[in-house]
Design a protein around this ligand. Structure first.
Ligand SMILES: Cc1cc2nc3c(=O)[nH]c(=O)nc-3n(C[C@H](O)[C@H](O)[C@H](O)COP(=O)(O)OP(=O)(O)OC[C@H]3O[C@@H](n4cnc5c(N)ncnc54)[C@H](O)[C@@H]3O)c2cc1C
Ligand code: FES
Length: 253
């Protein structure tokens, strides 16, 4: 079994925007095994079910994980109140992550809203060959732009209201770019747009899906999602165990 339960220590907690939080957690066991695109299932004090949060970053040498999450409901609101020094009960690393681009390949990363964090660690593998298109509601919701740029990526921004960057969707920014492989995480219409663009350009594409989760390890049916076999027949798989990252042609979006 590649995952484990580990008590992490919250080293650093900060707000990136009004409702998005940035945690750095000491969890050497999970950090050592982590792959880009995987997630941890975080126990929330007072709640029975854990909450899945992607690995925005990890550092095996320092034994740290970075989680960036938005307050959506009660569980994430409780997590947001945790202070530095608090202990977090983590299960992970879980799921299958993003396959790395091949040496020298131009890699496109398209993220929308809170789908952006897992792409940060993933895009490190492409370095200066990373083309990153990020979409947000409005300028004040933009997160992690400088982090991507510090890794050497070229970043294109889009906002729904046109207050910063392209007025429209993140996937629009990718239409005229040339790339060898595509990765995306965010709302379903965005995933469809990236899948279609990659198909048009004839390059492989990997999508990270989000589904409500309970166990996080394939033991319940909480995260069932329709998948497509190579022969075109459909079946239900688990986002937690079979994903969250899937080859674009294998998911029925
Ligand atoms: C693989 C994966 C990675 C994720 N990574 C991130 C991330 O990096 N940053 C981030 O902000 N959010 C991420 N999410 C979404 C995050 O898990 C939910 O926003 C969070 O669980 C909501 O919990 P809540 O108690 O605040 O909301 P509530 O609506 O009160 O939650 C009630 C229950 O529904 C589940 N639930 C609600 N919404 C979701 C959802 N969208 N996905 C899965 N379970 C949900 C909760 O876990 C909980 O069990 C991820 C989801 C998945 C599946
Ligand atoms: S959350 Fe239980 S099977 Fe995926």
């Amino acid at each position: 079994m590649k995952y484990q339960v580990e008590n992490g220590v919250l080293l650093h907690a900060a707000a990136l925007t009004g409702d998005v939080y940035d945690f750095v957690i000491k969890a050497p066991g999970i950090a050592k095994k982590a792959q880009p695109g995987q997630f941890v299932h975080v126990a929330v004090p007072g709640k029975t079910l854990r909450r899945p949060i992607s690995l925005c970053g990890f550092n095996a040498e320092e034994g740290t994980l970075r989680l960036v999450f938005q307050v959506r409901g009660e569980g994430t609101a409780i997590l947001a109140t945790l202070q530095e020094g608090a202990t977090l009960d983590l299960l992970g690393p879980l799921g299958h992550g993003f396959p790395a681009p091949k040496e020298g390949q131009k890699a496109l990363y398209v993220g929308g809203g809170i789908g952006v964090p897992p792409l940060l660690q993933a895009s490190k593998a492409a370095g200066e060959n990373a083309l990153v298109c990020l979409g947000f509601r409005t300028a004040s919701a933009v997160i992690l732009q400088q982090d991507f740029e510090q890794n050497g990526a070229t970043v294109y921004l889009a906002t729904d209201d046109g207050s910063l960057g392209h007025h429209g969707f993140a996937a629009d920014c990718a239409k005229d770019l040339s790339f060898d492989v595509a990765y995306a995480c965010g709302p379903t219409p965005m995933l469809r747009a990236v899948r279609d663009l990659a198909k048009e350009k004839g390059v492989p594409c990997y999508l990270s899906l989000e589904e409500r989760m309970a166990c996080g390890v394939g033991a319940c049916l909480g995260c069932a999602t329709p998948l497509i076999r190579e022969d075109g027949t459909k079946y239900f798989g688990h986002v937690c165990k079979d994903g969250p990252v899937f080859e674009a042609g294998s998911v029925d979006l």
